[in-house]
Design a protein around this ligand. Sequence first.
Ligand SMILES: Cc1cc2nc3c(=O)[nH]c(=O)nc-3n(C[C@H](O)[C@H](O)[C@H](O)COP(=O)(O)O)c2cc1C
Length: 350
Amino acid sequence: MSVVGNRKFLKGYEEAVIKAFQSDQSRGVPVPEMVKPFPESSRRIGLPEPGEVNLGDVSLTAIIDQRQSRRKFTEDPVTLEELSFLLHATQGIKRQIRNKENMLAATIRTAPSAGARHPFETYLIVSRVTGVAPGLYRYLPLEHSLGFLHSDPDLPNAVVEACCGQKFVGTGAVIFIWTALPYRMEWRYHQYAAKFVAQDSGHLCQNLYLAAEAIGGGTCGIGAYYQDKIDAVIGVDGADEFSIYIAPVGKIRSRRTVRIDLELLQRYTGVFQSGETGKKFTVQVAGDRLMLDISGRTRFTLNAFTETEFRIDDTDAEIRFEFDDNGRVRSVSVDEFGEISHLERVEEQA
Ligand SMILES: Cc1cc2nc3c(=O)[nH]c(=O)nc-3n(C[C@H](O)[C@H](O)[C@H](O)COP(=O)(O)O)c2cc1C
């Protein structure tokens, strides 16, 4: 199909949908604001061009393959170039479409959106971004800058509390909080808007997952939070604008692991138990790998960062082996996304 034909087809389809849905648009109500305004006089931080970020030679196939939810971040900051790239990847505007009255009628962005309505705003709680003071900001996509809202050292803790106590959320270098403004979608799609808003929000977070991996970082989509608490933290009314998705972003420890000689692997084996929680870990050798069996239910490969610290594969949890003076493992510490548990050796491995 030619480009012209294709465009005609799309237009015809959209017109039919709008008419069928009896939306405000079909009744001639003017298009709502497609981007939330920000006071002229308020403080802004300009962002570098998104293309200035240095991604090295990462390949998209590798990024897609390595993507996983990251819940353990290093103390390293995200640079302003990297943040610019993350914002561009999630909500960056590539083209503006104006109507006959010269009003902004649609934006074409890096993520798709039903009818190009893009019913979202991006709030950032910055903790460690080079050159940006900690605080609450809003992304201003038309000017590709950050609008400063306010600073409060307690913001990350308030988010953790609102996220049902998920501590790792507060350890991100920057926390993305997306809000939805449903009328932008309802204006065109009326009773079907909720479905489209929900579908669209996934695109933002998936782009963030991939972009964060590409900068040597990671993220985790967060849906478990108290609506009213998060809305209060970022100062939105919870009706015309409400939070829809949260995602802390941070740098992650290099995936580079070291090889432990096969004959040395035996010294890590044993059964370890927490007196507090009853959690039971069995460390065994299988083939040339060290395996972790958790309470007889789940098995993971352990990959060594160092001679004492291992990554529990497929998760971001880490396990540290503590040796006694005779070189025998005495206990293990497990860091599950900021929750540290301590397990003592309970018996010899058979
Ligand atoms: C909509 C949605 C909500 C989620 N909410 C949470 C959450 O509140 N806390 C959390 O630790 N992980 C959350 N996750 C991450 C999932 O647990 C994770 O994607 C899943 O376990 C698969 O792991 P993977 O992303 O590493 O492949 C959420 C993921 C999605 C898509």
